[in-house]
Write a protein that binds this ligand. Structure first.
Ligand code: DGT
Ligand code: CA
Ligand code: CA
Ligand code: ZN
Length: 597
């Protein structure tokens, strides 16, 4: 291997781009699918392809990777790019990759827009739609044109922001490399990533190092780096494959805490904190907290704090504030009065109440999901496959549900015969029941009554007018068997805005009827988000944090839900899956908990 060492993620990004461009060009659908499938396999492959090739391994042993694909990947490592990608990029303008991302467009329509109207960028599409030329195209019409216009604005709004989970995954190898570099004492994450925001603009890293130059070089030369945006003695900025920007700063140990505080933000929190310092005759900056001194130097006067973050807050008369709360939403006053909430921790959660199995669109059998939940130390779990209305997922009707329960019984019988049976999570019978267009539920009452957990959610008709959508959801919440409203807004981060919904009315109904609102922990959703969760809790709603896992690995998304709940100031009391099984059962049965003692 003579060329660059691409990470698996970087290889996958290129294969996906290739698939997108080919699809716009109208290439054979089978070929397009093959590239997409290979991208998925490679991204999930535990060993770096670079290592596989270096030890003379055979890439065709990967599922979905044939001879041609293996050759394309080998060419990437040797020559720095995939020949087929270079070829198609000559023919299809790169701007169309933004156009396909517009909701309601997709590769086929992008091809039409390109061919008929010469659209090759978001700006072109915006202009064409405003001029009414999109509506005039066959198969488009006024409605699609309006959707496209809204979609362009949405893509622009999200451009440059990366989902929390994607940022974490992209960052992990770099973080490790810089941490392991010689002379590097400490590296920490700051910025919106540390605050657990659903999406991040860029990643901010802070380091203490004896040899800053080595830290800088380690980041600059990392194989995942696509472009070095700037690099000096103590700061380096790079852009990764897949477009995430990472900034690394090396700071002196004496001011590390102040710098960590400053670069964690948020900006609004910093402004309020700095004002508190000024009110006390002090100066707060990324260099430390100072008193007095002549001149302009930022480190003049007496240093009151700076080496650690806790000391900075303490010197300002505050308790240390968890990063998730640093949004200037009342956290400084709460810290001053020592009434910061005890926030939810990952270890508080005793179970996951929303996951899918092969009975609908999950990829793992119930027994596999069960073992994965046991591994995570859960006390309970619910299998909640889709109901029949979602036909393409293999959704369950009553007859299929009865067969699923027979499998539950088999599992219970198997486990009863095993010595470790007691340590397993309780297996709750659930279903993710579709809310039909008129607010009725996609399963008969007698069957709903037999379930331990009834989750309801909207999957179709997401574009109803607000009044009708709200009435639909509220009607579902009024059903006496319903326990959880899943992914309440239906948003998909970066690709789909939430439904038009009067959330205050929804929260009021949920609180009144004993229905928990979900914080769907999938990094593609994080629905409800932090602000909505806060409103829900204020309205008296209970919350459940669920992964909606469709495979065992999905269960690990829980941490994103926990971060989101923390940003909403939630603690154990608010979250039903932080409760012991008996209390949870009482909530699900909609009866008051038994009085203890
Ligand atoms: P992002 O990257 O858009 O997701 O959000 P942040 O919060 O990571 O913002 P970023 O990367 O622009 O800056 C990192 C932190 O540095 C920010 O949270 C607070 C601090 N900071 C940046 N600019 C300013 C500023 O003008 N004033 C103050 N007080 N702090 C700032
Ligand atoms: Ca940032
Ligand atoms: Ca930054
Ligand atoms: Zn689900």
């Amino acid at each position: 291997m003579s060329g660059r060492r691409f990470s698996n993620a970087a290889v996958a990004v290129r294969l996906t781009r290739l698939a997108d461009l080919l699809e716009i060009e109208g290439a054979n659908a089978f070929r397009v699918r093959a590239y997409r499938a290979a991208a998925e396999t490679i991204e999930a492959h535990p060993e770096a392809l670079a290592d596989v090739l270096a030890r003379g391994g055979d890439l065709t042993e990967l599922k979905g990777v044939g001879k041609d694909l293996a050759a394309a990947v080998a060419a990437l490592f040797e020559g720095g790019d995939i020949p087929a990608l270079l070829e198609v990029a000559e023919r299809v303008p790169a701007g169309l990759l933004d156009v396909v991302r517009v909701p309601g467009v997709g590769p086929k329509r992008a091809a039409t827009l390109w061919r008929e109207l010469g659209v090759t960028s978001l700006d072109d599409l915006d202009r064409a739609a405003r001029a009414g030329r999109v509506a005039a195209l066959a198969g488009f019409g006024e409605k699609t044109q309006a959707k496209v216009l809204a979609g362009v604005a949405q893509v622009r709004r999200h451009r440059g922001r990366v989902r929390l989970g994607d940022a974490e995954a992209a960052l992990a190898p770099l973080l490790k490399a810089v941490r392991d570099a010689p002379g590097v004492e400490r590296v920490e994450v700051a910025g919106s990533l540390r605050r657990g925001r659903a999406t991040v603009g860029d990643v901010d890293l802070l380091a203490v190092a004896d040899e800053p130059a080595t830290a800088m070089a380690t980041l600059r030369d990392h194989p995942d780096v696509a472009e070095v945006l700037g690099s000096g003695d103590t700061k380096t900025s790079v852009r990764l494959e897949g477009d995430l920007q990472v900034d690394l700063r090396v700071v002196p140990a004496a001011s590390f805490g102040a710098a960590w505080q400053y670069f964690t933000g948020s900006k609004a929190h910093n402004v309020a904190l700095r004002q508190r310092a000024v009110d006390r005759g002090l100066r707060l900056s990324e260099y430390g907290l100072f008193r007095g001194g002549e001149g302009q130097h930022p480190e003049r006067g007496e240093r009151l704090a700076g080496a650690d973050e806790d000391g900075v807050y303490r010197a300002l008369g505050l308790a240390w504030i968890p990063p998730e709360l640093r949004e200037d939403r009342g956290e400084i006053a709460a810290a001053a009065e020592d009434r910061l909430p005890r926030l939810l921790e990952a270890f508080d959660l005793h179970g996951d109440l929303h996951m899918h199995s092969t009975w609908s669109d999950g990829t793992a059998a119930i027994r596999v999901m069960r073992a994965a939940c046991a591994e995570r130390g859960y006390a309970y779990m619910a299998i909640t496959d889709h109901s029949q209305a979602l036909r393409m997922t293999g959704g369950l009707d009553a007859e299929k549900l009865a067969r699923q329960w027979a499998e539950f019984d088999e599992i219970a019988a198997e486990e009863a015969g095993r010595p470790d049976g007691d340590g397993r999570p309780a297996l709750l019978r659930g279903l993710e029941v579709d809310i039909l267009k008129d607010g009725r539920l996609d399963l008969d009452d007698e069957w709903l009554a037999r379930l331990d957990v009834v989750i309801v959610s909207v999957h179709g008709h997401l574009d109803l007018p607000q009044a009708q959508q709200t009435e639909r959801v509220v009607r579902a919440l009024q059903h006496p068997e319903v326990n959880v409203l899943a992914h309440p807004t239906g948003r998909l981060l970066g690709t789909r805005e939430g439904m038009a919904l009067d959330l205050d009315a929804v929260f009021e109904a949920a609180a009144a009827h004993g229905v928990a609102v979900e914080c769907n922990a999938s990094p593609y959703r994080l629905d409800l988000g932090d602000v909505e969760l806060m409103r829900a809790a204020a309205a008296g709603c209970r919350v459940v944090i669920d992964t909606d896992a469709h495979a065992p690995a999905g269960l690990d998304d829980m941490r994103y839900g926990v971060a989101t709940a923390r940003r909403a100031w939630l603690g154990r009391e608010h979250v039903i899956n932080a409760w012991p099984l008996e209390r949870l059962r009482a909530f699900l049965a909609k009866r008051p908990p038994a009085v203890a003692g």
